[in-house]
Write a protein that binds this ligand. Structure first.
Ligand SMILES: Nc1ncnc2c1ncn2[C@@H]1O[C@H](COP(=O)(O)OP(=O)(O)OP(=O)(O)O)[C@@H](O)[C@H]1O
Ligand SMILES: [Mg+2]
Length: 464
């Protein structure tokens, strides 16, 4: 509304000025193109500078956030001073960019005022001559001067608006980058009904997968979720594997062999090439993402808890808080006993990312969170690594009970965890090198049998 009033005032003022003296109007508008160029130039400079300031602020806050989250590591390694120094550099960069912006801004306004001032000088010069020559009356000249003054204010306002607009545009550009980003994993190819639930048969068919962001470089461009599925640095190669619905598959293998990757592809956290991962015989891309993920209970290798109550963390995947179901899940995960010892039971807050819980308690909370949803497919990615073998045995027998008729993928470094699985595969450098049941693999005398003997020996030594 305000800008409409200003615009109408400007147009009216120019019309009246033209009526008083067309030639004088042309003269006083001579600086106008220069004003336009100045506004464009300063606007662009302010925009660029402000974008850089925002980027500097982002890296500064990222640094602060990282340091606050990792404050224990920083202290444990006595890196307080080094980190303070490391903060100093982006901080200075931020200040210097701000100073540059303020300098530009401080030149912009005086330049605009000076340019609009030249219009008055031109008026005095040309208007004076015309007055002396009798081409214009003194009253008309004074009236003209008054209308010019009306025109000057919008010019100054234009400066302010340019500044605000360019800052806003720079911020909006950054926001739009996120707001308009298209997820690369979506329901584009979903053909099955939204409310369909998988029975739980999983199949990997000639699966070869490479991360788009490979650490070894060379292959692919950055960007989450997409993969050409092949390439020089394939993490998984020629995987052919069928997990019948209701059975348990165990995956073992040395660190970095691709176990987590295999599990992540089932939950579609990364995109496998079309037709290489199938659920109930349908390519995974045909399942609506929500239906797929709703039916999977996924316990990732790195436990993540929210700064909530322990009960709230367990019931995370449920539409509402069901204390009874949370309790049942905690019992299966062998966590109920621990929770009973907590001051407020299930209402005990676990602190930021579960800081007040032990590693094993955190892991068991994550297991309870996965089973509370009553999933068709349960994926445990090294999810028993922080519990002792007795607790592990208890959890596994509880899981066997609830997972009857459901599919389980069990990833572990311990043979004790996987020995009862229906099918065990050994991965090495992304390939399946052994497969079979515990007894078959022991008979085969390969990697698994070696691992079993070593771990048996370790256990015996521990118990001795
Ligand atoms: N997001 C990622 N981007 C690029 N490469 C990755 C990514 N995640 C894992 N990798 C690489 O893929 C390979 C397999 O990793 P993965 O996590 O599947 O191994 P793993 O068998 O689960 O190991 P661990 O037993 O240590 O958990 C590794 O070489 C790793 O560097
Ligand atoms: Mg892993």
């Amino acid at each position: 509304m305000y800008s409409a009033t200003t615009l109408v005032t400007m147009i009216m003022a120019i019309l009246v000025m033209v009526t008083i003296s067309p030639s004088l109007t042309l003269w006083v508008l001579v600086p106008a193109p220069i004003v336009a160029v100045a506004v464009w130039y300063f606007g662009k400079t302010i925009h660029d500078l402000y974008e850089k300031i925002q980027a500097a602020l982002a890296s500064l806050t990222a640094r602060v956030q990282e340091n606050l989250a990792g404050v224990r590591i920083v202290r444990a390694y006595a890196q307080e001073e080094a980190e303070t120094r490391a903060f100093d550099e982006p901080n200075r960069e931020y200040v210097s960019r701000n100073i540059r912006l303020i300098r530009t801004w401080s030149m912009f306004m005086p330049s605009l005022t000076a340019l609009s001032g030249t219009s008055f000088l031109v008026l005095l010069w040309q208007g004076g001559h015309q007055l002396l020559r009798g081409q214009i009356s003194l009253g008309a000249l004074i009236a003209f001067n008054g209308y010019l003054a009306v025109l000057v204010w919008p010019m100054i306002a234009l400066g302010w608006v340019t500044n605000i607009f360019q800052r806003g545009a720079a911020s909006m550009g950054r926001l739009n980058f996120i707001l308009t980003a298209q997820p690369s994993i979506d329901d584009r190819s979903a053909t099955l009904a939204k409310d369909s639930t998988p029975v739980g048969e999983i199949e990997f068919r000639d699966l070869t997968f490479a991360y788009p962001t490979t650490l070894s470089g060379a292959n692919g461009s950055p960007g989450a979720g997409k993969s050409n599925g092949s390439g020089a640095h394939a993490v998984l190669c020629d995987i052919n594997l069928k997990i019948p619905a209701g059975s348990t598959l165990a995956v073992v293998g040395p660190t970095g062999c691709g176990k987590t990757t295999l599990a992540a592809l089932v939950a579609r956290l990364w995109e496998a090439p079309e037709g290489t991962v199938l659920i109930d015989g349908h390519p995974i891309q045909h399942w609506p993402l929500e239906a797929l993920r709703r039916s999977i209970g996924y316990v990732p290798q790195d436990t993540y808890l929210f700064s909530e109550t322990v009960g709230g963390n367990i019931a995370f995947g449920l539409p509402g808080y069901h204390s009874e179901r949370a309790r049942e899940a905690a019992e299966i995960a062998s966590l109920h006993g621990d929770i009973q010892d907590f001051a407020s039971g299930y209402d005990t807050a676990v602190g930021e990312r579960g800081i007040t819980l032990s590693g094993g308690q955190k892991q068991r909370t994550a297991i309870a969170r996965a089973i509370v949803r009553d999933p068709r497919i349960l994926i445990l990615d090294d999810a028993l690594s922080s519990v002792d073998t007795q607790t592990e045995e208890k959890i596994l027998s509880g899981l066997r009970r609830v997972m009857r008729g459901r599919t389980t993928i069990l990833i572990s470094h311990r043979t004790s965890t996987v020995k009862n699985a229906d099918q065990i595969v050994v991965l090495r450098e992304g390939r399946i090198i052994e497969r079979g049941t515990h007894d078959q693999l022991l008979e085969r005398g390969g990697y698994y049998a070696d691992l079993y003997q070593k771990q048996l020996l370790e256990e015996e030594l521990e118990n001795a």
